[in-house]
Design a binder for this molecule. Structure first.
Ligand code: ATR
Length: 282
């Protein structure tokens, strides 16, 4: 008789794929959710070569995985490879959650809803009728614009080092709400209630060159990047008058909770998981 102790039913094997991915918190987060919900699952971090995403995904699917989370730099590739897309993945043109069905690869994007839940539920910020500034016009910015606009801000300004990219992005999302794009140096002396750093600068320990006077009284400065210690942007924001600062750890856990819901149909409690990760140092 074969040893069944290693047997994992198909619906219980998951992974996060990226490059690099070794430091991903997703395995810890999904295991914490599973233990809350009384589920047993396998969740690995799998590094794929930058030019090996398609083949890697084929191997993973053939290996009996039920789904994967997708992180940098493969979110656009996952969007292209999906047979079916959710509406939000379609709009973001990026996928962070793949489900392997028998006949199809289904792509979804939970980053936007993860950000909204972190802002509105965990940080108790009201997006509706607020003035929101998004700094950056790359893939990270593109992925959060639709959900932010859906929340009904008074205005959403996109500011980018390369102004034309901000203008193009604002034009692409004009139908979803009141949005405009400017170069960083043309950022008028408007004060915002919510300022989100969606540039890649924090990964390099840098800060975009920003004017003073960006923060309305009590404003929130939010960095999509998370780290053990406040990012360079959050340190700058604190000195520049932001009322509150937060990094992207809450968004990371909230997007994972939405993926967990897609795969398992259960909504785990996120706050204890955020607190545990923060306490354990990242
Ligand atoms: P991602 O997918 O992570 O968003 P990206 O598409 O390469 O990555 O975009 C990086 C973003 O960070 C861009 O908005 C970039 O500005 P440019 O469009 O002008 O390149 C921004 N960025 C990177 N380094 C920056 C810096 N030192 N100062 C200001 N913005 C910076």
């Amino acid at each position: 008789m074969s040893d069944l102790s290693d047997f994992q039913p198909r619906a219980s094997r998951f992974a996060v794929v990226g490059h690099p991915v070794a430091h991903s918190k997703s395995p810890q987060i999904h295991q914490a959710f599973a233990s809350q919900c009384g589920l047993t699952l396998e969740y690995q971090a799998l590094a794929l070569e930058p030019d090996g995403f398609e083949q890697g995904l084929r191997n993973i699917r053939a290996g009996g995985f039920a789904g994967v989370n997708v992180t940098v730099p493969f979110k656009q590739a996952a969007w292209r490879l999906s047979d079916r897309l959710s509406e939000r993945a379609c709009t973001a043109q990026a996928v962070n959650t793949l489900s392997f069905e028998d006949e199809a690869i289904v792509g979804d994007n939970t980053d936007g809803v993860g950000l909204l839940r972190d802002l509105e539920q965990n940080l108790t910020v009201t997006l509706a009728r607020s003035r929101v500034l998004v700094i950056g016009a790359g893939g990270a910015a593109q992925g959060i614009l639709q959900p932010l606009l859906t929340a009904g801000p008074a205005e959403l300004v996109i500011a980018n080092r390369t102004g034309v990219r901000a203008q193009e992005l604002a034009m692409a999302f004009a139908g979803a709400g009141d949005t405009s794009g400017v170069a960083l140096e043309d950022l008028a002396q408007t004060a915002f209630e919510i300022v989100i750093n969606a540039t890649s600068t924090s990964l390099a320990g840098e800060v975009p060159v920003l004017p003073q006077g960006l923060f309305a009284p009590g404003a929130l400065a939010y960095d999509l990047v998370y780290a053990n210690t406040p990012t360079a942007f959050l340190r700058w924001a604190h000195d520049a008058g932001a009322g509150h600062t937060a990094d992207g750890l809450g968004m990371l856990v909230e997007q994972a909770a939405e993926s967990f819901w897609i795969w398992h149909g259960q909504r785990p409690h996120t706050r204890p998981v955020i607190a545990a990760l923060r306490g354990a140092k990242l």
